[in-house]
Design a protein around this ligand. Structure first.
Ligand code: C2E
Ligand code: CA
Ligand code: CA
Length: 760
């Protein structure tokens, strides 16, 4: 028996040494504390084994060894306490108690070492055991030994208390972590107390110390963390927001968590549902051999559709044998909804629900890339939309835009796409065969009449571009459709305009005119041409100044090309000032040369009245140049007079006051008003021959011309007819008493030098 116990102790010591070896190599939590504890336990076991094996004749050695054993128990409990504090994470806030305990353990240890000589703690006596037939050392404890006991049990008690506290307070899954160590420690302490009380010849608790050390090493470092991990894992699985179906290798469902139960709740048993699900899955994915398959599915739960991300995973052991599989179901309904909403916001116009600019370009590109039939692009634009916002408020404006978007949506056919590009600019791409202009216009007019409770009449424009080349960039197509609108913008009679290549050419020309204007003025590329004017007796009376742009690369550009562009931009006033100056300078020169009888007529554009103080300009000319103001005739087209008759009348009066004569240009070409003639105090009437050319009923026209001339005579206004091309015209005009002529029949506009050479 004695020998068995010794062998057992030696064996346990070897195991502990092995434990130290393995633990030292591992990086685990609490490793240092466990190592200290187990090393001290080895020391305790060695000291105790040494002590009981000391032969009876070596009394002092035995006392020394037993003293070592006792002092080792001091350090054993100290390290047990340090381990327990770290394991439970309960330690006193200050370091003083720990230092105090270390100090006391040191004193106690010294006391045991000194005891070898003083025997104040204990003494030994050899006793012969009759039952065992061996001699053993009987330990005689002295009263001072009780101090050691109190110290040791006090520390153990503290360790037990903190373990108990954690054991009671922690959730169920943590009970095992603290409980196993707590109960084992209690057992060791219990046995130690029993051995002490019964005064056995062998301290059995030493064996338990060793067991406890090994057990703590195993539990604290391996078993408990592993168990805890498993428990937490299964709790996570159970409470996870991800649904889970787990199967064994035969495809039988072995686990379903709460989320999965919720997701697949039906009248049927959930395990049956799970197994059916796996069977269906295997059927669908029978060609897929991957270990993990991901997919998005729609699961109907209680009548509502849910977007679920499904992950299927197969498990194998290290030898590749099938262990089973599982499904994870992640409810992505909310994420998918948010994603859809975000995508909607990114691609749609929130007000009207139509696509936005970028999405339109993408969609249109897609449609056109596999277009099998001709397509057209239609742009819609409300005239003066800004005004609607200002007059009726943005709410009414929004209402109108929504109504228009609805109309556009209605007009859409198959394979079409519509968008609100910006503000009130809408665009639709549709197959040409679906485009019904009449229908579009009708719908538009209904939309425009959305009841603003106002007589305000809305006008809108459609620009249509018949796509010729589907590879053209979408925005080029859009630009062409809007170019078509630009061609009719401002008109109240037209609603629809179709893109023509001239429009693009026109725009390019416009850009060239505007871009080259400054340089042209600077480099004097604009030239004054003169077209002679004759009296009906054949005598030269003067000329009309007509501008020519002598472009260094393009040659001569006629005013028909650039005048309208310059008028649109307001640049015309700069050109006219230049021309008027030229004319005045020429008149000055002629006066000096003794040809003060010749006149020059200059053109005043309608726009000049907006951008210039015309009177002031002519007042300054008269100051700057020495010429007879009567010789500079000012041509104003009748359209100017239509615009703002009152203001123009004052201007004309002021020009008259300066001494200038006013000619009414192009009379008969537009909306000539005979009534106007009596209001305007003009000096000369300039009749346009177009009047004669454009009518089929020549006789009626002749009659009108005759009467106009007669009437203007009565008003005291001489008449000059321009655009005279034939002898017949001259004869007729002479017959009806026209005073002067200008036209190709007599001469074409010519440079100043030519004019002077011929008529100077
Ligand atoms: P307009 O003032 O009516 O000038 C007469 C136009 O008729 C001139 O065209 C002239 O060349 C053309 N013409 C003259 N006789 C005949 C004829 O027998 N048959 C035909 N078919 N045409 C004839 P042009 O020079 O091309 O000028 C066109 C228009 O440009 C002018 O019409 C005038 O409105 C404007 N314009 C010309 N120069 C100036 C200018 O310096 N300033 C402004 N504001 N406008 C100008
Ligand atoms: Ca003219
Ligand atoms: Ca004219």
């Amino acid at each position: 028996m004695f020998r068995t116990l010794v062998v057992l102790l030696i064996l346990l010591t070897i195991i502990m040494i092995c434990c130290i070896g393995t633990v030292s190599k591992r990086v685990v939590r609490n490793r240092e504390h466990v190592l200290h504890l187990i090393r001290t336990a080895v020391f305790t076991a060695v000291c105790y084994t040494g002590f009981i094996l000391v032969p009876s004749k070596y009394y002092h050695l035995a006392v020394f060894m037993d003293g070592l054993y006792f002092l080792s128990t001091d350090w054993l409990v100290v390290y047990l306490m340090l381990f327990a504090a770290s394991y439970t994470q309960i330690s006193p806030p200050s370091k003083w108690p720990r230092r105090m305990i270390g100090f006391l353990a040191g004193i106690d240890s010294i006391s045991f070492l000194v005891n070898t000589f003083t025997h104040h703690m204990f003494d030994l006596k050899t006793v012969m055991s009759a039952s065992l037939g061996v001699e053993y050392w009987d330990v005689q404890l002295h009263p001072l030994h009780a101090v050691h006991r109190v110290f040791v049990y006090g520390i153990v008690l503290y360790s037990l208390l903190i373990l108990t506290y954690r054991f009671i307070k922690s959730p169920v899954i943590y009970k095992n972590k603290y409980g196993s160590i707590l109960f084992q420690t209690m057992a060791v302490v219990g046995l130690n107390i029993i051995c002490s009380v019964m005064d056995t010849y062998f301290d059995y608790s030493v064996i338990l110390y060793a067991f406890l050390a090994i057990s703590i090493c195993h539990l604290a470092l391996y078993a408990s963390p592993k168990k805890l991990f498993e428990k937490i894992n299964s709790t996570i699985m159970e409470d996870s927001v991800v649904g889970l179906f787990a199967y064994d290798n035969a495809g039988l469902c072995v686990g379903v968590n709460e989320m999965a139960k919720n997701l697949f709740a039906s009248g049927e048993d959930i395990y049956t549902v799970a197994e059916k699900y796996l069977a269906d899955w295997k059927e669908t994915y029978k060609d897929r051999a991957e270990r993990v398959i991901d997919t998005d599915q729609v699961v109907v739960k209680g009548g509502t559709e849910m977007d679920v991300h499904v992950t299927y995973q197969k498990f194998f052991d290290e030898k590749g044998r099938d262990l089973g599989c599982c499904f994870q179901f992640e409810d992505r309904t909310e994420v998918a909804r948010e994603f859809r909403e975000e995508q909607y916001r990114a691609t749609h116009d929130i007000l009207t629900g139509l696509l936005n600019r970028n999405a339109f370009a993408d969609e249109a590109q897609k449609i056109l890339s596999d277009a099998q039939e001709p397509y057209c692009m239609i742009c819609a634009n409300i005239q003066d939309f800004k005004l609607i916002n200002e007059l009726f408020g943005t709410e009414a404006g929004d209402k109108l835009l929504i109504a228009q978007a609805d109309m556009i949506r209605k007009a859409e056919g198959h394979d079409s796409v519509s968008a609100r590009i910006y503000a009130d600019k809408f665009c639709t791409l549709m197959p040409k065969c679906d485009y019904n202009e009449q229908q579009f216009l009708e719908n538009m007019s209904i939309t425009m009449d959305i009841g603003m409770n106002s007589p305000f009449k809305l006008h809108y424009y459609l620009g249509v571009y018949d796509i010729e080349d589907v590879t053209e960039p979408v925005w080029t197509m859009y630009d062409k459709a809007t170019m078509a609108i630009d061609a009719i913008r401002g008109s109240y009679e037209e609603y629809v305009s179709y893109y023509k290549d001239e429009m693009l050419r026109h725009i390019i020309e416009e850009k060239e005119v505007l871009g080259g204007f400054d340089k042209a003025i600077e480099e004097k590329q604009f030239c004054m041409y003169l077209q002679p004017q004759f009296a009906n007796n054949g005598k030269i009376v003067g000329a009309e100044a007509l501008v020519r742009w002598i472009h260094p690369e393009k040659g001569m550009i006629s005013p028909g090309v650039f005048i309208p562009v310059l008028e649109k931009s307001g640049l015309i006033s700069r050109l006219d000032l230049y021309m008027w100056g030229n004319a005045a300078k020429t008149l000055e020169k002629w006066k000096e040369q003794g040809r003060g009888d010749l006149t020059i007529s200059v053109n005043i554009s309608t726009k000049d009245f907006h951008f210039l103080d015309v009177c002031e300009a002519f007042r300054m000319l008269a100051k700057q140049y020495d010429f007879d103001v009567k010789n500079l005739k000012l041509e104003i087209t009748e359209s100017v007079l239509m615009e703002n008759i009152k203001e123009i009348k004052t201007t004309i009066d002021r020009l008259h006051a300066l001494g200038y004569d006013i000619e009414i240009d192009d009379f008969g070409s537009g909306y000539s008003s005979l009534g106007m003639l009596k209001d305007i105090n003009a000096d000369i009437l300039k009749l346009d021959m177009i009047f004669l050319q454009e009518t089929k009923n020549v006789d009626r026209s002749k009659m009108i011309i005759k009467n106009i001339i007669a009437m203007s005579k009565e008003l005291g206004m001489p008449v000059i007819t321009e655009g005279v091309e034939t002898k017949e015209q001259v004869d007729f005009l002479t017959q009806v008493d026209c005073d002067m002529f200008q036209g190709f029949y007599f001469a074409k506009p010519m440079p100043l030098e030519s004019f002077e050479k011929e008529y100077g």
